[in-house]
Design a protein around this ligand. Structure first.
Ligand SMILES: NC(=O)c1ccc[n+]([C@@H]2O[C@H](COP(=O)([O-])OP(=O)(O)OC[C@H]3O[C@@H](n4cnc5c(N)ncnc54)[C@H](OP(=O)(O)O)[C@@H]3O)[C@@H](O)[C@H]2O)c1
Length: 334
């Protein structure tokens, strides 16, 4: 009798465990199916909603290189007029002319260095934006540590620059356009986030923290304005070929800016592998990587990340020593 009662308790416990296991696997399979559907089948919200081809302007910061330049070109192709904001006036002029000639849209430029955090710069830019109908803001400009560096050894200047550009720059730009978007009851704000904001990056701690700030702030702001016709989205980015990433050749996981930006603009409003609200990981291989990363513990990824950063730092220091030795040898022969 005792044996039968024990066996039936064991059966109930085993069945309950199996049911929980099946439910967990079911949820994961469903989320994989949903991710695949979003990455490969579903279309995002149309950019026409934000004024494409209808006199609407897109404002892009950090618009003269890499991902930002590609946003400027692809949004112009979709018939937004383009306001390019970046550091170097000569580059801005060249790209603005290229865009106007190629896509037949209006362009404006504003040169400013975001590291200066100059309120007069933002005020002048605000005046310029008050004369146009801004449908899209891409908070793209970003800066990083020169190479992985322990926080205690990082220069105050690098820390301040990252906060001025990545954090305060996005806040100030958004503050300038939001009232206009609220009165139009329409707008799209894309914040260039990073996997480094999702998985903390030791030795890139300030950059990583700045992108985590962007992620959290994006979610809070997105909720505040979601019923006002305004979409705010964190663009969760793994590596992309660019000067900042120092990666020159694309791979399966690391695209060129062109396909990367095309995937972002095609999937507005779809998470595509991200489990964080108001966030999209729209490039297919990166979306799948994001989905996979959610299966394992954050601590596992922080440790992996730390090992990678240690290795990158070792190589960067070796390169620095080699260049210093070559320069010293060059000075002797000169
Ligand atoms: N590339 C990646 O692997 C990757 C991964 C995750 C996230 N992201 C994010 O994506 C965004 C764009 O990165 P990217 O790789 O395309 O960068 P990038 O190729 O280095 O281009 C940076 C752009 O920003 C401008 N810029 C840099 N510092 C500036 C400053 N202080 N003031 C004004 N403009 C400034 C540059 O202008 P000048 O040409 O005049 O210098 C350039 O137009 C960043 O927010 C970055 O954190 C990139």
């Amino acid at each position: 009798m005792e044996q039968i009662a024990q066996d039936s308790r064991l059966l109930v416990a085993t069945s309950a465990l199996a049911a929980v296991g099946a439910a967990v696997i079911g949820v994961k399979v469903f989320s994989l199916f949903k991710t695949l559907l979003e990455l490969y089948v579903l279309k995002g919200i149309s950019l026409k909603k934000f004024g494409a081809g209808n006199g609407g302007w897109a404002v892009i910061t950090g618009a003269t290189d890499g991902i930002g330049k590609e946003f400027a070109q692809q949004l112009a192709k979709k018939k937004f007029n383009i306001l390019l904001v970046s550091r170097t006036a000569s580059k801005l002029e060249t790209i603005s002319k290229e865009i106007a000639d190629q896509y037949g849209v209006e362009t404006k430029t504003y040169a400013m260095d975001f590291t200066k955090g100059d309120n007069e710069d933002f005020a002048r830019l605000g005046d310029m934006m008050s004369t146009i109908r801004v449908g899209v803001l891409v908070n793209n400009v970003g800066t990083n540590h020169e190479f992985p560096t322990p926080f205690a050894e990082e220069s105050d200047k690098v820390i301040q620059d990252i906060i001025e550009v990545n954090v305060k720059g996005a806040l100030k730009m958004t503050k300038l356009v939001l009232p206009q978007m609220q009165s139009e009851r329409s707008g799209l704000i894309l914040n260039l986030g990073s996997f480094a904001g999702m998985v903390p990056s030791p030795y890139l701690s300030v950059y990583s923290g700045s992108k985590a700030f962007l992620s959290t702030w994006t979610q809070a702001l997105a909720k505040e304005v979601e019923n006002q016709g305004i979409i705010v989205q964190n663009v969760n980015t793994y590596f992309v070929v660019s000067s900042m990433s120092k990666i020159r050749r694309p791979t399966f996981l690391i695209p060129l800016p062109k396909p990367y930006v095309a995937s972002v603009l095609a999937k507005i409003g779809l998470p595509c592998g991200s489990s964080v609200p108001f966030t999209s990981t729209s490039y297919p291989s990166q979306g799948l990587a994001n989905w996979f990363m959610n299966l394992l513990s954050p601590n596992f990824w922080i440790t992996q990340n730390f090992n990678i950063q240690k290795d990158v730092r070792r190589r960067a220091l070796r390169k620095r020593e080699r260049l210093a030795a070559e320069a010293a040898a060059g000075n002797k022969t000169a």
